[in-house]
Design a binder for this molecule. Structure first.
Ligand code: FES
Length: 178
């Protein structure tokens, strides 16, 4: 008779149990990676769509009324405000955009984009000097929007204008191209 301890029958299968545990860990690791990837994809698709969406959709162009013809004196340039053609629901006051409107004659108006053609800073109209000035790098434009001095590579962008029923309307688009 020996004093050696007796090994219980269930411990005899220890190597097999260890193998199952390792496989379970491996499975759970892959499951975790897979679920993380799925969550990242579900969160990422809307974000990527929001960022890249505007590149693939046609931006709307809309005529916006900016005032009655009679309220603009011939030879003057004034700032007019109107709603952006594609405001987001949450845009609030940022949906408001503006342009410089010049009444050239009784039935002719010219509208300029607010932004400098150099790097896009908003230009200001100085009525005494009859010039547009850009505060960023000293760009200067004549009253007709052509470049007078400074770094702007071209004149101010024009926005299409029309008169309908005694009202002046500006065609608003996301990026002025004329
Ligand atoms: S942004 Fe107007 S001169 Fe540079």
């Amino acid at each position: 008779m020996t004093n050696e301890p007796q090994i219980p029958p269930n411990e005899a299968s220890t190597p097999a149990s260890g193998s199952i545990t390792a496989e379970r860990r491996k499975f759970l690791a892959w499951l975790s990676i897979g679920l993380s990837g799925l969550i990242a994809m579900l969160l990422g698709i809307p974000v990527i769509g929001f960022i890249l969406g505007p590149l693939f959709q046609e931006l709307p162009e809309t005529w916006r009324e900016v005032g009655a013809v009679d309220q603009f004196a011939i030879g003057t340039t004034v700032k007019v405000s109107f709603l952006d053609p594609s405001p987001m629901l949450w845009a609030g006051v940022t949906a408001q955009t503006a342009a410089w409107l010049r009444r050239v004659s009784a039935d002719e108006f010219t509208a300029f984009a607010m932004n400098c053609s150099h790097l896009g800073c908003p230009v200001r109209w100085l009525p005494q000097a009859q010039l547009f000035m850009c505060p960023c790098h000293g760009g200067v434009y004549y009253a007709d929007g052509t470049v007078a001095a400074g770094p702007p590579p071209r004149g101010l962008f024009h926005l299409p204008v029309r008169i309908r029923g005694g009202k002046v309307e500006i065609r608003a688009s996301a990026v002025p191209i004329e």
